[in-house]
Each structure stands twice: as structure tokens, then as C-alpha cells.
Write a protein that binds this ligand. Structure first.
Ligand code: MN
Length: 316
């Protein structure tokens, strides 16, 4: 991290990137790092590939997050990937990231492929923890909005401090962030409690589609394109659905298929106590953490479910 801090001090013009289809950790970490660099008097752009989750639109400057079409023609002295396990996960920015001479990779996935020229990879609860520690190392003052962003990052990647990765370091970092006066009830209500009537109805569809396999140890659901259309929900606002399947009594592995294009599905995987769903996701063009991961599959729905269940059985 010392080497990374040194580069951040020396250089002036940064592009911050995260994984495609960004989640709370990616967005919170990326936006926080932008603010930290700006506090140091630097120029920094944060850009994503994919849609932004509606639930995070209470964050300041959310609408200013860059899109590929605005960014790809611009030049940067240094590119920084945060919460990106592998360079392929940079999506549309892969080329832009790699063309930079100084490429920084800050991540918390155990499977990280060390694709930067400077890498800091530590298997902690959220990338937001590493960004917080970097800010402390740089001696940059953290304001309330930055603390809010880092809290969002940490809270979303630990299931609101409820997963096995919610260790002492997670809780110590969170407690330090609380010291900056952040509004936890507002953050939690917005992210975990409030939902639109359409989101509630789509949840009903996901629950209705849920089936159990392997004596109830595997739970599977799906959402088809027509379900998204009927409920007027985009695929990017469906992060929470998988939690309801994971929480079924007796389930170890939960999976949900979300149809992104006709016959093409994004898959979310979760496990409760022992199954390595990072390994499972790796069989389906994906990856992630041992208790939470994602991948993709193509084909006819029932056939796709059968193939998923067959592989999942080897992990329980
Ligand atoms: Mn993360």
C-alpha cells in the first residue's frame, strides 16, 4: 500500500474503475476514492460499465458518475481498479485500463489475478476497508460524505454486518466511520428496507418461482425478461432477491437466474455455511467470494437449471 500511496501523491490525473454491473462496495469504494484524491488536489474521474442501482441514488454526486462513451477518448496518467477480481471484469474499460503506464489494483477477492503494475490485494470484508486504510495512510481528511460512501461499501458487502466476513476489522472500520457523523438509519432504510411496489411484486415472482433440489439443500429461482417487463424493473435492481432463497430453512446453496437477453441468464450464487460458490461460479464464466458470487449461463431455462443443480451438488 506504501507504493500505491506514493504513486497517488506523485501523479495528478486518475481514472477510477470498478467491476461491471457495480454493487454497493464497488460504487461506495470508487466514489470515496475519487473524493479522497480530490481532497489531495488531484483530478479524478470515476466511471462504471453497466447501470447504477436505484437504491444508491441517495448518494451525493451519484448522477455525475462517468459512462464509457464519455471516458474512453480521454487521457489519464494513472488507472485504478477497485473491487475488480480480474481484468476481464473491467468490461468496456479493459483497454483503457491496460494502456496506462501506472495501473493500480486494489481488491479484496482472494482470486485476484494481480493484473496491475501495483497491486494491493487483501482478503478483507470489502474493498471499502482498503480504501479507508489508504486514506488514513495518505493522511487525507475524511468528511461525512466520504465516510457514508465507505460505510455503504462495507455494509453491503457484509450483508449489513451479518455474513461470515464481518470480522473485527470490518466492525472496527465501521465504528471509526460512525465517528464522522453518518446517518445509519437513513442508509439502512434506503438500502435494505424501502422498496417500490414494483420491486415488491418482482420479489413475489421470484419467491413463486423458487424450487428446492437435493433434499432441500439447493434452492433455485429465476426471473424471465417478461417478468422484468411486467413489473417495470431492470435487472440491476434485483440484488436482494437471492437473499430470500438463501434464507430458506435447510438451504446451503442458493441460485437465481436472471434473464438479461433472450436465452441468456446472469446467475447469482450464495451459500450459507460451507459451500464454495466462488468455485461453482468459476464453472459458469464467473467468480467472486466463497459465500457470494456470480456467473452466466445460456440456453433453455429448464436445461440451464438442471446443469446448474448438477454442478452445485458437487459443492454440498
Ligand atoms: Mn466487493
Amino acid at each position: 500500500m506504501q507504493e500505491i500511496a506514493k504513486s497517488l501523491k506523485q501523479l495528478n490525473n486518475f481514472l477510477i474503475l470498478v467491476h461491471v454491473n457495480p454493487d454497493g462496495d464497488a460504487i461506495g469504494s470508487g466514489m470515496a476514492l475519487k473524493r479522497i484524491l480530490e481532497k489531495m488536489g488531484k483530478k479524478a474521474v470515476f466511471a462504471v460499465d453497466g447501470n447504477l442501482p436505484r437504491k444508491l441514488n441517495f448518494l451525493q454526486e451519484y448522477s455525475e458518475i462517468g459512462k464509457a462513451e464519455d471516458i474512453l477518448s480521454r487521457d489519464f496518467e494513472c488507472t485504478i481498479a477497485v473491487d475488480v477480481a480480474d481484468k476481464e471484469r473491467l468490461g468496456a474499460y479493459l483497454g483503457k485500463f491496460m494502456e496506462s503506464e501506472v495501473r493500480i489494483n486494489i481488491d479484496h477477492h482472494a482470486t485476484n489475478s494481480m493484473f496491475g503494475t501495483l497491486n494491493h490485494v487483501e482478503n478483507v470484508g470489502a474493498a471499502g476497508i482498503l480504501v479507508y486504510e489508504l486514506a488514513r495512510l495518505l493522511g487525507v481528511e475524511i468528511d461525512m460524505e466520504t465516510a457514508t460512501l465507505l460505510y455503504v461499501a462495507i455494509c453491503t458487502d457484509t450483508g449489513n454486518f451479518s455474513y461470515g466476513n464481518a470480522d473485527g476489522r470490518v466492525l472496527r472500520t465501521a465504528s471509526e466511520l460512525v465517528g464522522y457523523g453518518i446517518d445509519i438509519p437513513r442508509i439502512i432504510k434506503t438500502i435494505y428496507k424501502e422498496r417500490t411496489i414494483q420491486e415488491l411484486k418482482l420479489l413475489g415472482v421470484a419467491i413463486d418461482h423458487t424450487r428446492l433440489f437435493s433434499e432441500g439443500r439447493i434452492g433455485v429461482s429465476y426471473i424471465r425478461i417478461e417478468d422484468f417487463e411486467r413489473c417495470s424493473i431492470t435487472i440491476d435492481d434485483t440484488e436482494e432477491l437471492i437473499d430470500f432463497i438463501r434464507d430458506i430453512y435447510g438451504v446451503e446453496i442458493a441460485m437465481i437466474l436472471k434473464e438479461s437477453e433472450e436465452g441468456k441468464f446472469r446467475i447469482s450464487f450464495r451459500s450459507n455455511s460451507y459451500a464454495d460458490v466462488a468455485g461453482l461460479a468459476a464453472l459458469f464464466e464467473g467468480g467472486g467470494h466463497s459465500r457470494a458470487s456470480g456467473g452466466r449461463i445460456e440456453g433453455e431455462l429448464e436445461d440451464a437449471i438442471q446443469r446448474l443443480v448438477e454442478k452445485a451438488e458437487k459443492f454440498i
